[in-house]
Structure formats: structure tokens, C-alpha cells
Design a protein around this ligand. Structure first.
Ligand SMILES: N[C@@H](CCC(=O)N[C@@H](CS)C(=O)NCC(=O)O)C(=O)O
Length: 349
């Protein structure tokens, strides 16, 4: 009760402060998160592998682990996260009003969302490179966009998906009818009930949705990829302290994978670096020397806190989207550059 009440008071003060800008007295929202001791993280909650509400009330997935890594770095405790499930249409307003501190919800980074004349958000580095796809019933025999001419297509509103669908079909001069829904569950229901020949979304979401179907093998994701969907966490714009901290949390996850530092060996790496003054860059990375954390408004050991909580980026990926997960997606572009992917961390110096 007390916790609920104090949360409501903090929530109210944050909400009011949001009316005049991100926070009062030009405080960064990072300071508020640290004062509150809890991170409000906006998620979907409906996508297996990314953010999914479990039957025990907990959340799981790659987007959830990004919230945890942020909380570990900002507050020193990855459990201190309030997850706020949001629809696609609600997500940016929730950031602007201060209802959430950060958004970690399969959100595509694009110019309109990132710019001051658009949604005015600030994006952290991409955590999953996706692309839009289409899923059809195998029995339909459909293999290409052309074969969907004149068909109904189920799509979520308030998403990049809606616009890409229009672009792709218009460019190819293919007539179609979009059937719009509020969220993925409704899109899936429309598709399974036969209202549409195809459903469209980010390919990761199609794979995630299919994993929950009674007969996943009866549905195919078409080869054609309609767009680039670089999914990234975001914060309200104009708060450099928070956005810097977010950026370097993600880079720390990539850098730890690059260097082979993981949840299992973090303590031994720390011991080793502590006893060996010649391991200069490792000592800086783990916060033994230098003040990398302090420069971001974090503890110097923020990287250690992250890795102890979630492991490095590769471990997060394996847990939720790896071969043995319920939504296996080959890493492809979502690998570190040393292994042929797109992820690279600038130097943590
Ligand atoms: N990545 C795209 C689409 C993401 C998205 O939110 N898709 C819809 C479905 S098409 C959705 O609501 N998915 C998750 C959910 O239902 O919570 C974007 O940022 O606009």
C-alpha cells in the first residue's frame, strides 16, 4: 500500500514535471530514476522472445533484458523495473508525458520519430535489426506479393508497418485492402479467422506469433522483405544525460561480447584485472581504473553490474532468440562485427 502510494506520488510529480519539459529544474530523468530507485520501462508484453508476460506475472524477452541492463547500470539493481505494457499507438505519448522513463518496445528508429519536427525522441543504438514481412497460410499457395493482388491484409495501426505496406504495394502497383487493428494479438486473430489472406508485421513478430499457433508449420513467412526495421530503445528528446547513459549501456553489452566477458566469467575477469595493473583497457572497462561511469552519471562499475545481471548481448540473444529458445531466429545481422554482424561498440575510453 505504502509502496503503491509513494509510487503514485512520484508518478504524479513526474507527470507534472513532464508538462514543463522532461524534468523539473533541468534535472535529467536519469537523476529522477536514481532518486526513485526504480525504472519505468515501456514494453509490448505480447511478443514471445522480445517482451512477453508470463503466467506468473513476470516479463521475459530481449526487450525486457534491455530494461534490466539499464536498471542494473542506472540503479545497481536489475529487479527494480516497473514494466508498462503499451500498444503501438500509446508508446510515444507515454514517453512524452513521463509515464515511462524509457521505451524498450520493438520500436523502429526512423527520421520522423527521431527529429525535433517529428516525435522528438532520442534513440539508443539498435538492439535488433529487423525487416517487415508477410505471413500467409501454406494452403493458400501464395509465394509472392504479386499473388496478394486484391487481397485483404491484416496490419497493426500506428506502426511503420502500415506505411511500409502502402509503399511496397503502391510501388508495385498492386491493389490491396488494409484491415487495421490496435495490436499484434488482434492482427493475429483477424488473420487466423480468415479476415485477411496475409498478415504483416516485423518478421521477428511474425516468427514470434507463429510460435504460439496450434499448427505453426501451416503458415509461411514470404521471402520478400519490405523494409528495414532497426529496433532500438528510445527516450524523450532533449535529455543528454539519460540518452548518453542508455547509449553506453547498449555499447557495453556489445563490447563485453566482443571481449568474451560474460555472466559466468565476470567475477574471474574482475579478479584477474584487479591483480594485474598491465590490463589497462580491461581495468577501465570494468571500472577499476578511470571514471567512465562517473562521466555518464553512473557508478564506475556499471559494466560489471550489467554483465552480472543480464550477461553480454550474445547471452541475451541466445536466451530469448537462440537455437534452444521458443522463437529461434538465426543471428544474421544481429551479430557483433567480428562474427559478420552489424553490432560494433565505439571504444569505452
Ligand atoms: N517496429 C514497428 C512495428 C511494431 C509494432 O508495434 N507492431 C504492432 C503489430 S503489427 C504491435 O503492436 N506489436 C506488438 C504488440 O501487439 O504489442 C514500429 O516501430 O512501428
Amino acid at each position: 500500500m505504502i509502496k503503491l502510494f509513494s509510487r503514485a506520488v512520484i508518478g504524479l510529480s513526474l507527470l507534472c514535471s513532464a508538462c514543463a519539459g522532461p524534468t523539473p529544474n533541468n534535472l535529467s530523468r536519469l537523476d529522477l530514476i536514481q532518486k526513485r530507485g526504480e525504472l519505468n520501462c515501456g514494453v509490448s508484453g505480447k511478443i514471445p522472445g522480445f517482451s512477453f508476460l508470463q503466467s506468473d506475472g513476470s516479463y521475459e524477452g530481449l526487450d525486457i533484458d534491455i530494461c534490466k541492463a539499464m536498471a542494473a547500470a542506472f540503479i545497481g539493481n536489475s529487479s527494480n523495473v516497473q514494466y508498462r505494457p503499451l500498444t503501438a499507438a500509446e508508446r510515444f505519448t507515454a514517453l512524452k508525458t513521463g509515464e515511462i522513463d524509457i521505451l524498450s518496445r520493438n520500436t523502429t528508429h526512423n527520421l520522423s520519430r527521431d527529429s525535433i519536427g517529428g516525435n522528438g525522441l532520442t534513440f539508443a543504438p539498435v538492439v535488433f535489426h529487423d525487416g517487415q514481412g508477410l505471413m500467409v497460410k501454406k494452403s493458400s499457395g501464395i509465394n509472392s506479393l504479386e499473388e496478394l493482388r486484391g487481397s485483404n491484409i491484416c496490419v497493426g495501426s500506428g506502426t511503420t508497418t502500415e506505411q511500409n505496406l502502402n509503399d511496397a504495394f503502391q510501388e508495385r502497383n498492386i491493389a490491396y485492402k488494409p484491415i487495421k487493428y490496435q495490436d499484434l494479438n488482434q492482427v493475429v486473430a483477424g488473420y487466423l479467422q480468415g479476415r485477411c489472406k496475409a498478415m504483416t508485421s516485423d518478421r521477428s513478430q511474425l516468427a514470434a506469433a507463429r510460435s504460439g499457433f496450434r499448427e505453426p508449420k501451416s503458415h509461411v513467412i514470404l521471402e520478400e522483405v519490405l523494409s528495414k526495421e532497426p529496433l532500438a530503445p528510445a527516450s524523450a528528446g532533449g535529455d543528454q544525460k539519460l540518452s548518453d547513459a542508455m547509449r553506453w549501456v547498449i555499447y557495453a553489452l556489445f563490447a563485453a561480447e566482443e571481449q568474451g566477458i560474460n555472466k559466468d566469467n565476470i567475477n574471474s575477469k574482475l579478479l584477474l584485472a584487479n591483480s594485474d595493473p598491465t590490463m589497462t583497457s580491461m581495468r577501465r572497462f570494468l571500472g577499476i581504473d578511470g571514471e567512465l561511469g562517473k562521466k555518464l552519471g553512473l557508478k564506475n562499475e556499471f559494466v560489471v553490474n550489467i554483465i552480472r545481471s543480464t550477461g553480454n548481448y550474445g547471452e541475451i540473444y541466445e536466451r530469448h532468440l537462440g537455437k534452444n529458445s521458443s522463437v529461434p531466429i538465426p543471428r544474421g545481422l544481429n551479430n557483433i562485427y567480428k562474427s559478420g554482424g552489424l553490432f560494433i561498440a565505439p571504444p569505452l575510453k
